[in-house]
Every structure is written in C-alpha cells, then in structure tokens.
Design a protein around this ligand. Structure first.
Ligand SMILES: *Cc1c(COP(=O)(O)O)cnc(C)c1O
Length: 369
C-alpha cells in the first residue's frame, strides 16, 4: 500500500486502527480502572490497571509520536509533561538552562517546586545572546520556539549541537508550533514536549500534554514516572483530543491565514506597535524560522497603548474574546501583564481562530477604532 504523508492525511489517519467491517472509524474512549485479567492472574501483556495503561492513550500516542518522529508519552496537561520530564532528568545541584521569556509556569515550577533541588538555573531569552559558558556543565537545556508569549525564535539545530558538545540533554517546548509546524527531534533535540491543550486539540475544552523522545529507555522512564506519580490523562479527554486532531491541518491553515490577514491589516495601524509573527516576511525571526519551521501557526503578538486600550478592544469586539491559552477555534486575546509576564501593560498575545477571514479582519479593525 502506498504511504501517503501529507499533513491532512496524517492528521485524519494517525493512530486509527485498520478498517474493519462494523467497527467505527475511531472507537470510543476505553473507561477502565481495573481491566479483566483473563483469569485469576494477569494473562500475557494485557492491560490490568488504568493508571498503568489505556488503549485510548496508546492510539493518540501513536498519532502524535508518528508526527513528532519519536515515541510519545501522554500527560494530563502540558505542565504535567514538563514537570515529569524535569523530575526524571534532574538531580539536586544540576545546572539547567531555561527560556527566560518562555512559558512562565515552567520557570515558576523550577524555582518554587524544585527549590529543594538547589538547581543552578540559567535563564536565557529565546533570541539570545547564547554565550558558550551557559551550556557548561548543564544537565538540561530547554528551548521554546516560537516562544510564548513573545513569538521569538531560536536556532534549534545550532543550539542542540552546542548543548550536546557540553553533554547536555536538549528538550524543546513545541506548543506554539505543533508537530505540523516544527519537528525538533529531526533538528537534533533529544525530547520534544507540548501542551496539547492548545492548537493540537484546538477546541478549548480539555487539558493534555505530551513528551516525545527516541530513546527507548527514556520512554520507559517517563511511563514509569507517570504511573508512579499517578498524574495520568483521562481517557475521555484523550479520545476528544484524538477526534479533534483529525482537523489539525485544516484548523492550522485557517488560523495561519487569519493571522496573516490580521498582521497585514494591523501593520500600519497607528494604535498598534511591536507586532510580531514569524510568518511575516519582514519579521526579524522570519528567516531563521523559515529554515526550521514547516508552516506557520495562528498566534501573533502586538502592543496597544495600555491595559485600558486592551479592555476597550475586547469590549468593542464581537468576535474576539479575552481568554488565556491559545490555539483554539475561537479568536482570543490575552493581556499577558495581568499574569505577571515581564511585558508591557498593553502587550497582547492574539490567537487567531477559525472564523471567516474577512469577518475577523473587519471586526478587529472596528474594535481598534
Ligand atoms: C500552555 C503552555 C504550557 C502548559 O500547558 P498546560 O496544558 O496549560 O499545562 C506549557 N508550555 C507552553 C509554551 C504553553 O503555552
């Protein structure tokens, strides 16, 4: 049989069983705490307990892992994926390099929840500069590109090469890009992780996360940590995410088309500054992003005059909701300073949804006044 590998085909087919007469395309969630053992004692490799394994997880793990180019281990949220990876990798006293401008809860977790590890935490903003000595003796280098919320980009292949020279483990938070937008494992990273709460599931109705790696032993270490910590994904959320992933290619296309149209429309708007979207040919990160990204997403950022201007914009808009998170089918804005991100008061992250492009542009321009 021919192997088709277009994005849309892989999203529709990924992790689905071979067609069988009378069976559904994607069977429903398997809801089980214990499973029948097959006798008094467990028979063969059958599932035995819901914290250790679930066929609904494995179906989505197959789909996402195939796209990432590794083996995927699902977690109940993006933070659960990140915190498990950190706990599996790090020992007290280790040095760890984090994106100083990336997802704030990652830094907070390392500084507050892992405080007793007494880690040597080195924060580097995504666009750099990346001095050589930042990698010296580091156990882990975590990259996030494009970064949330700044949408800055760093060179995954180059930084992985330098980090590997220092014998560090390289992980990339790929949430904003999704596995359709970027494949960090192919660029030399040891692990890719993401919050699938965002575009991968894309309907703003569930939390989920994953880590994909190529090293078999590391897969088992992650599964073991998941089983023993007990932070496991719900089968229903997992199934919903798998069902939603079928339209990831379509959603991403519309979101990127909407982002492009909005960025065009806002470029010369007198009330808008600091507009950044890596998909724009004139964006400072465009050239680098084009070398490592396969396609663009729908998240961009800009700045209005202050918090009140953002509030007024949301009030006047009929289509754009104020909401944190991004990547869903609805267009949303998030004023990041309210959550403590080190950005100006009027800084907004805009997540373009799947609305009609002309409607969205007209609404945003009307709301900005
Ligand atoms: C949202 C997000 C996370 C955390 O994911 P949750 O699913 O909310 O736990 C991690 N990294 C990035 C870049 C994110 O945007």
């Amino acid at each position: 049989m021919t192997e088709f590998d277009g994005d849309g085909t892989r999203c529709v087919q990924g992790g689905h069983p071979a067609p069988e007469a009378g069976a559904p395309f994607l069977s429903g969630p398997v809801l089980a705490a214990p499973y029948h053992l097959g006798g008094a004692d467990r028979v063969g490799g059958a599932d035995f307990y819901g914290r250790a394994g679930n066929p609904t997880w494995r179906a989505l793990e197959k789909a996402v892992g195939d796209l990432d180019g590794g083996q995927c281990v699902l977690f109940p949220s993006g933070m659960s994926a990140i915190s498990t990876l950190l706990r599996v990798l790090l020992s007290p006293g280790d040095a760890v390099v984090l994106p100083g401008d990336g997802y704030y809860a990652t830094r907070q977790f390392v500084r507050e929840e892992l405080a007793e590890y007494d880690l040597d935490v080195r924060e580097v903003p995504t666009p750099g500069p990346w001095p050589d000595d930042v990698f010296d003796g580091a156990r882990l280098v975590l990259l996030e590109t494009p970064s949330n919320p700044g949408m800055d980009v760093c060179d995954i292949a180059e930084l992985a090469r330098r980090a590997h020279e220092a014998r560090a483990f390289v992980a990339v938070d790929n949430t904003t890009a999704t596995p359709l937008g970027q494949r960090p494992l192919e660029l030399g990273a040891d692990a890719v992780l993401a919050s699938d709460t965002k575009a991968l599931s894309g309907h703003s109705d569930l939390l989920l996360g994953h880590v994909s790696v190529r090293d078999e032993e590391f897969v088992h270490a992650l599964i073991r940590a998941r089983t023993l910590s007990g932070a496991v994904p719900g089968p229903f959320e997992t199934w919903l995410a798998h069902r939603s992933m079928g339209t990831l290619d379509l959603r991403l296309s519309r979101q990127a088309e909407n982002a492009r149209a909005l960025v065009e429309a806002l470029r010369d708007h007198p009330g808008v500054s600091d507009l950044r979207w890596p998909g724009s040919p004139d964006d400072p990160s465009h050239e680098l992003a084009s070398t490592q990204m396969r396609r663009w997403g729908g998240v961009f950022r800009f700045r209005l005059a202050g918090a009140e201007k953002v509030a007024e914009f949301v009030r006047r808009s009929a289509l754009v909701a104020g909401a944190t998170s991004f990547g869903g089918i609805h267009s949303t804005v998030d004023r990041r300073a309210q959550w403590g991100d080190p950005v100006p008061e009027g800084f907004v992250r805009f997540s373009a949804g799947c609305e009609d492009t002309a409607d969205l542009v007209a609404d945003v321009l009307a709301a900005l006044g």
